[in-house]
Design a protein around this ligand. Structure first.
Ligand code: PLP
Length: 418
């Protein structure tokens, strides 16, 4: 099996005349089709809303596009809140799922009328003191231990810094009710990048049972349950993608089984997906600058870990297509690298690819989420442009490439670099 880039070599050559590589490109049409599938999968739930995790692809053009398709946003910083506000999101279109939250961020979230999702029991007092307790409030649950689906250990919530224990959670709802809150949400994010149709339904089962327990022990009504992110994508070509319609149906079954018979049939289901919404519909396009043969064969690109950090940070796999050589045999073994003075700056290690020539363009797949966003500026390297591919094959610039002046801008208080 192979992954097919959504642009051809000829398209990239044409685009690169105006926007030199490296650049990110996103497929508008596929993004829209995917949002519509998500909405269809949860259409059985009247209050359903997907709050796109802004951190995954914090581009205002993308956020506005998602808003047009009926999505909200999930923010966890002041900048993300302000960007969302400027894109027209307001009130219940914003979920504020932060942790280690500064007071000014709670103040801003409250001012926007966002749903505030508390990460810790101690934040009740903190929020009360800095912004006041809103009428609707959400708390984040951490079940601890390990999270498995069948025999597969998916993740390790017991080691994660997020959320509250069950005891804290129940006490939190009692306190919040005491402090005047009237409507309550439950949030939990316990496994990342799950490539399994069972994750959301299993999590939903846990949270729906929890809702019954909270209702009983804290005497509050739960108005929404936020399944958060964690729905993954197949980064490797031999992985089976998630079927969002099957996922939605799995959640519906748990809903009918647990909530409906207990009088909670009007609970709204929220999601906060980032990766699933964008990752497959973005690619990083780079050009081959050098080939080097020492103890191994190295292909050096004009992009580096500054543009895409996941391989360096997690050893993450990203599939690479050499554009124009889609049908050639992968009979050469390369390390594909960037130019940082840092040996983990490798997009691929011992990857079998077609014979690569200098000047070839490569398409690095599944980088539409947590790709550009994680960028940094090590070695004074600059972030790339972002482009949106339209249905007619033309592109729209949705972020220009960073310049040296941008990099120097934080010295604009003095004339040392003038
Ligand atoms: C990162 C994050 C998400 C999105 O996660 P994905 O794995 O991209 O779906 C959602 N909610 C919160 C609170 C997050 O931190």
């Amino acid at each position: 099996m192979s992954k097919v880039p959504f642009v051809t070599k000829e398209q990239v050559e044409e685009i690169a005349k105006t926007y030199p590589t490296p650049f990110y490109i996103y497929d508008k049409n596929q993004i829209i089709e995917n949002v519509r599938r998500v909405k269809k999968a949860f259409a059985w739930n009247e209050g359903f809303k997907e709050y796109f995790a802004v951190k995954a692809t914090p581009n205002p053009f993308i956020l506005k596009l998602l808003r047009t398709e009926g999505c909200g946003v999930d923010c966890s910083s002041l900048t993300e809140l302000i960007m969302s506000e400027k894109c027209g999101f307001y009130g219940e279109e914003i979920m504020f799922s932060s942790n280690v939250t500064p007071a000014e961020e709670y103040v801003k979230a409250k001012e926007l009328g966002a749903y505030i999702n508390l990460d810790d029991y101690s934040h009740i007092q903190f929020l009360k003191d800095c912004a006041g307790i809103p009428k609707t409030i959400c708390c984040r649950y951490n079940p601890g231990g390990v999270f498995s689906l069948g025999t597969d250990i998916m993740d390790n919530p017991g080691d994660a810094k997020y959320g509250m224990t069950k005891e804290q959670l129940i006490q939190a709802y009692k306190d919040l009710k005491e402090l005047g809150a009237e409507e309550f949400g439950i949030h939990s994010f316990i496994a990342s990048n799950t490539v399994s149709n069972e994750y959301y339904p299993t999590l939903a089962g846990i949270l729906f049972e929890l809702a019954l327990e909270i209702k009983e022990k804290a005497g509050v009504n739960i108005s929404f349950i936020n399944l958060s992110g964690g729905v993954g994508v197949p980064y490797k070509p031999d992985q089976e993608p998630n079927d969002i319609l099957a996922i939605g149906e799995g959640v519906r079954k748990k809903f009918e089984e647990i909530l409906v018979p207990n009088g909670l049939g009007n609970v709204k289901i929220f999601t906060e997906m980032g990766r699933f919404m964008l990752a497959p519909y973005g690619g990083l396009v780079a050009k081959v600058l050098h080939e080097k043969k020492i103890y191994k064969d190295y292909i050096g690109l004009d992009a580096c870990a500054v543009n895409l950090m996941r391989p360096a940070m997690y050893g993450a796999y990203h599939h690479i297509t050499v554009l124009g050589k889609e049908n050639e045999p992968c009979d050469h073994k390369y390390d594909v690298t960037g130019s940082l003075c840092e040996n983990n700056d490798k997009f691929a290690i011992d990857r079998m690819l077609p014979k690569i020539d200098i000047g070839d363009y490569v398409f690095i797949h599944d980088t539409g989420a947590h790709g550009f966003a994680m960028g940094y500026n090590y070695n004074g390297k600059l972030k790339s442009a972002e482009l949106l591919l339209r249905k007619d094959g033309t592109v729209k610039l949705i972020r220009r490439a960073e310049t040296v002046e941008d990099y120097f801008a934080t010295f604009d208080f003095c004339d040392i670099l003038k």
